[in-house]
Write a protein that binds this ligand. Structure first.
Ligand SMILES: Cc1cc2nc3c(=O)[nH]c(=O)nc-3n(C[C@H](O)[C@H](O)[C@H](O)COP(=O)(O)OP(=O)(O)OC[C@H]3O[C@@H](n4cnc5c(N)ncnc54)[C@H](O)[C@@H]3O)c2cc1C
Length: 457
């Protein structure tokens, strides 16, 4: 780092707002992918003007800058390339306004998802994105990755629940993506373009989010199946009828065993499980439950029941949320993908995963948001088995190839980052990929915003 650049940063970020010691650099250099970067320094601004001034300085000095929320991403998207400045948004953490009359919340990007849910919940509202990492991840990270979760099947993901953003482009210019209105037909949709852009187009410093009213009542249901194929078929039948569940989660047999280790007999013992929820007016729940009961009647259904009580429901969902970290007990290393296919293609995808496990010798554990066709496919690697490490890249390429063949995409909610970047041409139209590169040049002409992520070189 040149002395002139460092001096300029110190002027912009007084006190402990600029960290350069080795311990801090290490702390801010990785995410949940366990990749490790080598940042120059860590900036911890408190205001949007500081963010704009820092990015402006970076553009003048040709220094790359990687935005960071809480670092819970799974794709290396917030891992800085060598020589980047890490710009952590954690101190821009105020909920500025919740306006029930307009069903919106105005927040800074460093607000933790769960803190927003609590504040909105106190007024009878919620923000739909509910990743299993909600107690740690930030709204800025949710926006940058288009995060989802179980509720997406009914309420949409982050992209569907944002009205406008204030952001800083690659020249350090602050701009509002749109006026925060619930209806708008006034030019290009920059708001939704920034959602899912993984810090490569602009750094988000404020968001106006669309809130939903908390439903009057809800009910948890579970359907257990002999095998994954029967469960996948039931998913397609559920989505083909008119009652939309507010959650429709799939667990394969191996995930179920992990969930049972967490929640005991509250989680049924079976070859596969669908966890469902319905919500709405209290007197609608029986009808909704009956519709779903009819839909899951496939060959291989073992059992369909509503949760006994709130305690059982909470235990089962806690086990579902704990699945991702619990996988590390099966094998210390995992390749965690979140592919998405049309719901009708789910039975073919799960049958393919069985073959992939057999052919590659790698344990494949699968669970996820089946109502959206979005499955978390985990390749569990035993480091004492070098053959597995050798087989992993081929297995991954086969997985993405199959997903593309089924009309799917590489990621439903985690994003691309570094880990899936090179596979982008498999699942994105080549002309669209060229247009994405053009957009990158418009927002960030010097290419300083999170280089090396999302777009293949
Ligand atoms: C146990 C576990 C469970 C998870 N479950 C889910 C799940 O159910 N659903 C789901 O969608 N994801 C899930 N995730 C993935 C992850 O939590 C989400 O992608 C989350 O949105 C990342 O938020 P973050 O604050 O940690 O962002 P980070 O990891 O810090 O950053 C992620 C990306 O966002 C960019 N970014 C961050 N803040 C900004 C900003 N203000 N402006 C511009 N760019 C920014 C970064 O540069 C990076 O590209 C899970 C992760 C873990 C570890």
């Amino acid at each position: 780092m040149s002395d002139a650049f460092l001096q300029r940063l110190r002027g912009l970020l007084p006190g402990d707002a600029l960290l350069t010691d080795a311990g801090s650099l290490r702390r801010y250099a990785h995410d949940d992918s366990r990749r490790q970067g080598e940042p120059l320094a860590v900036a911890l601004p408190r205001t949007r003007d500081q963010v704009a001034a820092v990015v402006h300085a970076c553009s003048e000095h040709g220094v790359a800058v990687t935005a960071r929320g809480a670092g819970t991403g799974t794709t290396g998207a917030s891992v800085p390339v060598r020589g980047s400045l890490v710009l952590s948004l954690e101190r821009l953490d105020r909920i500025l306004r919740i306006d029930p009359g307009q069903r919106l919340a105005v927040v800074e990007p460093g607000v933790i998802n769960l803190d927003l849910q609590r504040a909105a919940g106190a007024l009878g509202f919620f923000w739909p994105p509910d990743p299993a990492s909600a107690d740690r991840c930030t709204v800025g990270g949710n926006l940058a990755c288009n995060a989802g979760g179980p509720r997406t099947v009914k309420y949409g993901a982050t992209r569907d629940n944002v009205l406008s953003l204030v952001a800083v482009d690659g020249r350090g210019r602050l701009f509002a993506s749109a006026r925060p209105l619930s209806k708008l037909a006034t030019g290009y949709n920059l708001t939704q373009l920034l959602v899912g852009s993984e810090g490569t187009l602009a750094i988000i410093v404020e968001a106006t989010l669309r809130l939903q009213p908390v439903p009057a009542a809800s009910r948890a249901l579970a359907a257990a199946f002999r095998d994954v194929e029967a469960a996948a078929l039931a998913v397609t039948r559920i989505m083909a009828q008119t009652v939309t569940p507010s959650a429709l989660e799939f667990l394969d047999g191996k995930s179920l065993r992990l969930a049972r280790a967490h929640a005991g007999d509250d989680v049924p013992d079976a070859g596969a499980l669908l966890l469902l929820e319905v919500d709405g007016a209290a007197d609608s729940l029986d009808t909704q439950e009956a519709a779903l009961r009819r839909a899951v009647q496939v060959d291989g259904l073992l059992h369909f029941a509503a949760a006994r009580d709130e305690t059982q429901r909470a235990r089962v969902w806690a086990a579902r949320r704990a699945l991702s970290p619990a996988l590390r007990t099966l094998a210390p290393e995992k390749i965690n993908e979140d592919v998405v296919v049309p719901v009708a293609a789910l039975p073919e995808l799960v049958a393919f995963l069985d073959r992939l496990e057999r052919d590659s010798g790698i344990l494949v554990v699968c669970f996820g948001h089946a109502g959206n066709g979005n499955l978390h496919v985990n390749l569990m690697l035993d480091p004492d088995e070098p053959a597995q490490a050798a087989a992993a890249p081929g297995a991954l390429a086969r997985l993405f190839g199959k997903v593309a063949e089924l009309g799917g995409a590489l990621s439903g909610e985690h994003g691309i980052g570094v880990s899936k970047r090179d596979f982008m041409p498999l699942a994105v139209d080549p002309v669209a990929l060229g247009l994405m590169r053009g957009l990158k040049r418009v927002f960030d002409p010097a290419g300083i915003l999170n280089p090396g992520k999302l777009l293949p070189p």
